[in-house]
Design a protein around this ligand. Sequence first.
Ligand SMILES: *Cc1c(COP(=O)(O)O)cnc(C)c1O
Length: 383
Amino acid sequence: MLYFDHNATTFLAPEVTDTMTVALREVFGNASSTHRQGQLARQHLEQSRRTIARFLNASPAEFIFTSGGTESNNLAILGLVRNLPGPYKHVITTAIEHPSVLECYRQLEREGVEVTYVGVDSRGIVDAREVERNLRPNTVLVSVMHANNEVGTIQSIKEIAGLIRHRNVFLHCDGVQAFGKIGVDVQELDVDLYSISAHKIFGPKGIGGLYVRKGTPLRGIQHGGRHERERRAGTENVPAAMGFARAVELCEPSIADALADLRDRFEAEVLYRGGVVINGATPGRLPNTSNLLFCGLSAEALVIALDRKGIAVSTGSACSSGSVEPSHVLLAMGRSRDEARSSVRFSFGRYNTAEDVRVLIEAVTAFLSRLRANVRLERSLVV
Ligand SMILES: *Cc1c(COP(=O)(O)O)cnc(C)c1O
């Protein structure tokens, strides 16, 4: 099997499996318990927190564990906006956010909050000044994702922060795809809330985290014990936290160049065949992501053909695949519904080799040749 769908999820890095196998056996205590087993679990939990916080350039007290990126986004948005005073609240987000952000804002709309969805240009980039222009006196929160999961475009979070922070507006950033793939420094980005998840970086599913800048008036959205500084009730999943920290330690910034090399070689070979366009072709794109529009072709057909050869790729996001709706991200970038349905995402990971990519290129180009031969045949039959 060849796997090129890392933006949907990843398998466990072998080192993560090793750490977690031991932890699942031995670190079973409740981190809130006084006895030795409890204290051992607490120590491992706090050590994991320190590792991940350091990677974000945050203090450990500013990082809380959640069940994943979806929960982090829910906690950041609902936990902040519901806790802020005033009956008339306004928030701003973008048209290309992950559903776990967009659906929180839809929920807030039902609760009477006004929401502005700013658009993006044809490359998938949010104009920071457009965000600024939409600020109102009652704007309380802005959510802009760091890197897009479907096309890989990266937003200038720091520039947006510079334009809104003096207005007393909080800034939330969904960093699930950026974290571990590009350098992330929450101080430098100047964000208040930053969501991350383990399973996109060769860590386990079901654990993620939220950076909450000191002093941010965030209130938990699930109720129970006083875990995670009273912001996330529930017994902590310590083995998963340990696996998450191990996965973070394995993220080497130098991998980005090697990934970009693989990705660029792949794109050059496929684009050479003609009739193929890159969606979101920006220089600063995530190094592992390639979203290609195959003009006139059914993306689903290509995904299925590759799957028959044991090659995993996907159409758009995992959350919307299986549904017939075209990608909201590609539509926001100005692609037509047909173009969106002709687009396939290839997302590489650090265990992919040059040989893997050679096999992928061969499979894709063979598919294109076969298809075009059929089209020529059909045309010749018509004439
Ligand atoms: C995967 C993803 C999420 C959701 O994270 P989970 O841990 O799967 O809940 C949120 N945002 C983005 C950009 C993602 O790619």
